[in-house]
Design a protein around this ligand. Structure first.
Ligand SMILES: Nc1ncnc2c1ncn2[C@@H]1O[C@H](COP(=O)(O)OP(=O)(O)OP(=O)(O)O)[C@@H](O)[C@H]1O
Ligand SMILES: [Mg+2]
Length: 209
């Protein structure tokens, strides 16, 4: 069952949050639990998730922190996202499958909007142009104090190097997004034990099964 007719018969779930919040860990666990119930599950990530989008990812996660201005960066991200939706997400949802993405457009609002200061209306325009009305059925924001997340994050690439003040803006940005769209977006305390986070996510997902 889905609350989003555009997703056809599938269910589209996204996990969001700062670096090291536990997104990758929780996606693997959610996949296992859904598969145990006989569901077909596709896991994917952004930036990336399709061949073209992974090529664009390299331009975003590597190199100097100031290599793009916020609008250019948002355009690259939405170009990658459009390819990801066309090649992977939309076909899987049309087949009735579950799609779980490690980040999606809420990250663009948090990073380029709240983090880098791009007007949110520009992101709305890019979103409509690139992917139309497609939205996740449910989005989990794994919320964690910035210092804890950055300590957990294994690799230090371009976004990780953007500094604590930037990551604090991200955290507050994600929480603001959740308040504005409380029907779709659920905030989960990612400071709990792995199993407790997993259970909180799965409990909410149960209504979609
Ligand atoms: N609830 C938790 N409590 C303690 N450690 C955790 C928890 N969840 C994940 N971790 C650990 O924190 C690290 C980061 O987790 P993970 O890679 O899942 O986060 P992520 O959000 O995907 O990070 P990134 O943004 O770097 O991709 C890993 O070493 C993981 O084992
Ligand atoms: Mg990860």
């Amino acid at each position: 069952m889905t609350n989003n007719a555009l997703n056809s018969y599938g269910t589209f779930i996204t996990l969001e949050g700062g670096e090291g919040a536990g997104k990758t860990t929780q996606i693997a666990r959610l996949k296992t639990r859904l598969e145990a119930l006989g569901k077909k599950v596709v896991i994917t990530r952004e930036p990336g998730g399709s061949v073209g989008a992974e090529a664009i990812r390299t331009l975003l996660v590597e190199g100097d922190t100031h290599r793009w201005d916020a609008l250019t960066e948002a355009m690259l991200l939405f170009a990658a996202r459009r390819d990801h939706v066309e090649k992977l997400i939309a076909p899987a949802l049309a087949r009735g499958e579950w799609v779980i993405s490690d980040r999606f457009f809420d990250s663009s609002y948090a990073y380029q909007g709240y983090g880098q200061g791009l007007e949110l209306s520009k992101l709305d325009e890019l979103r409509k142009l690139s992917i139309g009305e497609l939205k996740p059925d449910v989005t989990f924001i794994l919320d964690l104090p910035v210092d804890v997340g950055l300590k957990r994050a294994a690799v230090e690439q371009r976004y990780e190097r953007m500094g604590t003040a930037f990551h604090e803006k991200l955290r507050q940005g994600f929480l603001t997004l959740a308040k504005a769209e409380s029907g779709r977006i659920k905030v989960v305390d990612a400071g709990q034990a792995v199993e407790a986070v997993e259970n909180a996510i799965f409990q909410h997902i149960s209504s979609f099964i």
